[in-house]
Design a protein around this ligand. Structure first.
Ligand code: URP
Ligand code: ZN
Length: 455
């Protein structure tokens, strides 16, 4: 299919300019003013008055995540559709093996689960234990196109690793030139606090945030940075939520250590006042790390502005009210997580760009380009340039919406951004040269592909 996009404003992470774009066979073939294409054009799109962004890359989603409350509410089909309607064309999800299962077998199983994704996708693979085979398994994953891994410092009783094993994993991955992403919360300290609240029968969701204080996150960040330095390994701190963590990250970056940081829209836009109220109103905000203070939000915006925080992922992991009700008598049983993959770009545009917290180029950088660069997808993804995959969002900066459980496409009866007003939305979304969203509606069911990455 040959597509010619005319008269749009192309926004890259470093510049913006008026341009046409010619797409053929899934790739961007030409970018330039007043293109004169000699080949037959199947579709011409007039993008006058519209912004043209590279397809969004969400580096942190959990589709179809198994938990004791059942699978997270979006699978790869429903979650990827919601993502595309919000302008995100690539998802980075996770492979979390069972103990005793090899990383490569878990990767094969996960790929099969993801093959109904409409977005392109890859995974961060989690070593959840250290065995005599782990080193080879990590190498096998790298051979299979995986360049990033994930370590949980929390959840010690299930998927979390202890410090000795974290160091071993970092050493192997560092030596291979890969990247370790980390969920930074000190598991033991949190467990102690949770049990203390339980002893006092303090079991409503209001105790969730105070059982996971910012110091439990920032101390874990500090420790992770120290271990990464020792192991000579590049790290990426997922869902950074508070000022104290940022201080450690900034210091490491200043010293020249390769430490990347991600935050999420919920930490930029929502705060811990959400935990006050009835179970039905508060349970949807039970996520880890929890929502923090207003002051933390300001620090996170500033950190994006200064390039300390490089990406905004969603940690998309919604659960229904019925699933959250597993913890109606004990917040420790509430499945952790919330949805957001559909809203990431509209929220960042509305509350970031339009409120002058970030500019248009930074918007592209944090929603797409940086994730592509950090995770080995650039310039195939994350860029509007000749030779890149034709993943393009034609953005109407005037579309207004109010986010609601009534009109969202995420497969969940809870919505943490309920009532949030947004301005700006994708009108057309193109993935690998195919129009998938048109006039804000899904018009294709074409499946995405697994993205093999290399170091
Ligand atoms: O609460 C969260 N973040 N749930 C998803 C799993 C994780 O910890 O990343
Ligand atoms: Zn996560």
């Amino acid at each position: 299919m040959n597509i010619l996009i005319k008269n749009g404003t192309v926004v890259r992470s470093t510049e913006a300019f008026n341009s046409d774009i010619y797409i053929s066979e899934g790739k961007i073939v030409q970018v330039g003013e007043s293109l004169n294409i000699l080949e037959p054009i199947d579709k011409e799109i007039d993008a006058a008055g519209k912004l043209i962004f590279p397809g969004g890359i969400d580096p942190h989603v959990h589709m179809h995540l198994p938990t004791s409350a059942g699978y997270s509410a979006d699978d790869f089909d429903t979650g990827s559709k919601a993502a595309l309607l919000g302008g995100t064309t690539t998802l980075l999800d996770f492979v979390t093996p069972q103990k005793g299962q090899s990383l490569i077998d878990a990767l094969i199983d996960r790929k099969a689960e993801a093959n109904n994704s409409l977005c392109d996708y890859s995974f961060h693979v989690s070593p959840v234990e250290w065995t005599k085979n782990t080193e080879q398994e990590i190498k096998d994953c790298i051979q299979s196109g995986i360049t990033s891994f994930k370590i949980y410092m929390a959840y010690k009783d299930s998927i979390g690793l202890d410090d000795d094993n974290i160091l071993k994993v970092m050493q192997v991955i560092g030596k291979a030139g890969g990247l370790v992403t980390l969920h930074c919360e000190l598991g033991d300290e949190i467990e102690e606090l949770r049990n203390e609240f339980a002893k006092n029968r303090d079991l409503s969701p209001e105790f969730h945030p105070i059982s996971r204080p910012d110091i439990a996150e920032s101390d874990a960040v500090k420790k992770a940075i120290e271990m990464a330095k020792k192991a000579n390994c590049t790290i990426y701190i997922v869902h950074t939520s508070c000022e104290e963590s940022i201080k450690h990250i900034k210091e490491a970056q200043k010293a020249g250590q390769p430490v990347y940081s991600e935050t999420c829209p919920q930490y930029l836009l929502l705060n811990d006042s959400k935990y006050v109220g009835d179970f039905n109103d508060t349970c949807k905000y039970v996520m880890s790390p929890p929502l923090r203070k207003k002051e933390d939000q300001n620090v996170l915006w500033e950190s994006i502005n200064k390039g300390v925080v490089k990406t905004v992922g969603t940690d998309h992991c919604p659960f229904s009210l019925g699933q959250k009700e597993q913890g109606i008598n004990d917040f420790r049983m509430i499945p952790n997580g919330a949805g957001g993959v559909e809203h990431r770009m509209t929220l960042l545009f509305s509350y970031g760009v339009l409120q002058n917290r970030i500019n248009y180029n930074q918007f592209v950088d944090i929603t797409s380009t940086q994730a592509a660069k950090i995770f080995g997808l650039y310039p195939q993804k994350g860029e509007i340039d000749t030779g890149s995959d034709a993943d393009i969002v034609i953005w109407n900066p005037k579309i207004e919406n109010t986010i609601s459980v009534e009109n969202h496409h995420q497969n969940c009866d809870l919505e943490i951004y309920e009532g949030a007003k947004t301005v700006g939305a994708p009108e057309i979304v193109i993935l690998n040269g195919d129009v998938i969203v048109e006039k804000g509606k899904l018009v294709s069911e074409k499946k995405g592909k697994f993205l093999k990455r290399s170091i």
